[in-house]
Ligand binder design. Structure first.
Ligand SMILES: [Zn+2]
Length: 171
């Protein structure tokens, strides 16, 4: 028993890393709302240098954080005009490439979006598809939850929204 265990350990030395990310954006009338790589019809949208996709930004930060590679602002600075209005799926792709370049793949992602309106659960399958295609995982590996702050604070007043993400990677 112990000999088998030793053999397995010597042949498959696994390395696991965990990362977390959080992102905030203001909401403004007339802007487009992008969440998880999907356009959500709504009267307000998020304000930012890119398309302001709060969920994809939180996942980018979790991926970068898992390998201590800094944060999204370091890799894609909002002072760089080339990132103005950029589709955040491109930022997620580049963040993934940094992780893949170090030999890691993604095990799973858990995330939560916090906003008062609109209700986003019907858009979650499309978000999972968009994210899975970029990160080369299945939709079962991507959890996207939604919550409100029960009308309290900036999210409750619909002045902004927040996303949190946790990712586990392995090689
Ligand atoms: Zn952001």
């Amino acid at each position: 028993m112990s000999a088998i265990f030793t053999d397995i350990c010597s042949n498959y030395i696994m390395s696991y890393r965990i990362g977390s990310g959080v992102d905030f954006h203001q909401l403004e009338e007339g802007k487009e709302l992008w969440l998880g790589g999907v356009h959500i019809p709504h009267s307000k949208g998020a304000v930012g240098h890119s398309d302001a996709d709060v969920l994809l930004h939180a996942i980018c930060d979790a991926l970068l954080g898992a390998l201590s590679l800094g944060d999204i602002g370091k890799h894609f600075p909002n002072t760089d005009e080339s990132y103005k209005g950029i589709d955040s799926k491109i930022l997620l792709q580049r963040s993934y490439e940094l992780v893949a370049a170090k030999g890691y793949h993604i095990i799973n992602i858990d995330s939560t979006v916090c906003l008062e309106n609109p209700k986003i659960m019907k858009f979650v399958p499309a978000m999972q598809e968009a994210i899975a295609a970029i990160l080369k995982i299945t939709i079962e590996d991507i959890s996207i939850k939604a919550t409100t702050t029960e009308t309290m604070g900036f999210a409750g007043r619909e002045e902004g929204l927040v996303a949190y993400a946790t990712v586990l990677i392995s090689k």
